[in-house]
Design a binder for this molecule. Sequence first.
Ligand code: PMT
Length: 402
Amino acid sequence: MLLKGKKILLGVTGSIAAYKSAILTRLLIKEGAEVQVIMSTSALDFITPLTLATLSKSAVHHQFHDPKSGVWTNHVDLGLWADLFLVAPISANTLGKFANGICDNLLTATYLSARCPVMVAPAMDLDMYQHPSVRENLNKIKAFGNIILEAETGELASGLSGQGRLMEPEHILEYVISHFSKTEDFKGKKVLITSGPTQEAIDPVRFISNHSSGKMGASLADSFAEEGADVYLVLGPGAVKPVDPKIKIIKVKSAEDMFQACDNLHKQMDICVFAAAVADYAPKHVASEKIKKEGDGMTIELTKNIDIAYTLGKQKSPFQIHVGFALETENEEFHAKTKLQKKNFDLIVLNSMRDAGAGFQHDTNKVRIFTEEGKSLESEVLPKNEIAKIILKEIKNLPVKI
Ligand code: PMT
């Protein structure tokens, strides 16, 4: 009964996946939660209030007032009653209303007045899920601090296959349980994270960079912040920002800038995670004016950049933890373990460009983790926020006491 005494408001909206809310309701009740259901009008086309009322052992709300009894359902009370507002499935339509403050039914009114955490599980066809409008709405509510349980990949009602299936009720339950069992294991710990690419100038117009989006670093920053850490994120240009507003962001451009920012902070840090894709080389001479096109080619002499992790690794105290990443294309384990030793990491996270869904730009990653004592583990392809949680768990298991 891991949810005993927890009050969960379950929002159900108009998606073919609405039938799974019956399974989810039963699972939540079995874990001891108190469940009240709010349905959008279009959800009624997919599942009856009677089913959900029976399973939740509570009246189902889907209108502001009951035409028969005239009783008004107070959305504010519902929002205040809940410890968690879970909307599963959330349709593209309701997602758009959440993201834009549209309040035209009981469910959206409750969303705007709820003070508890909000967790949503989208379900829609694959092209809808990838539509820029839907992606933007998901990013908007993520920036509000809402938790998104990304849709899973598989066969869809349309007969197509792709990402858009409602996360399985059993997985949603795991997230709800972990939400309530969230630890504050990193409370009071200072964590430095580097994230994103660096840009090495050629002239005022051109630069050398790489494809890092910063998603991995942002997921790590949010995960540490969620567990109580005081997070400092040194962010390369154009990199994705984390959601948690408490995270201190220091924006940088070049490898040198990134090093200076890290060097200023390093001594006071308990944990340093080097997730940035730092350019190893930079143009030896930066032209003060835009280099004019002459002839068929252009030769640029490059010089080695400072290795941030290596340099700070030499200054690491016995009471600090350093975590590195290795991005490889071949001979992955050998290169990762070499970097683990050479850069004095306590733990290294290997991601290979040869693994589908791993590395740059993806919302997912697939990693192998090696520790200084020779422990190793391998993940499946998972959303980067789940990979981040795996990394944090391995950091907690390190013998170094911070
Ligand atoms: O940002 P995303 O799009 O989400 O992609 C995530 C990622 C692929 C960038 C990330 O998971 C990752 O692998 N980051 C490290 C990429 C990298 O530079 O790996 P590397 O093997 O070249 O470097 C090894 C380690 O030394 C890394 O911890 C790196 O941050 C660090 N390093 C490297 C060079 C340098 N000059 N200074 C450093 O600190």
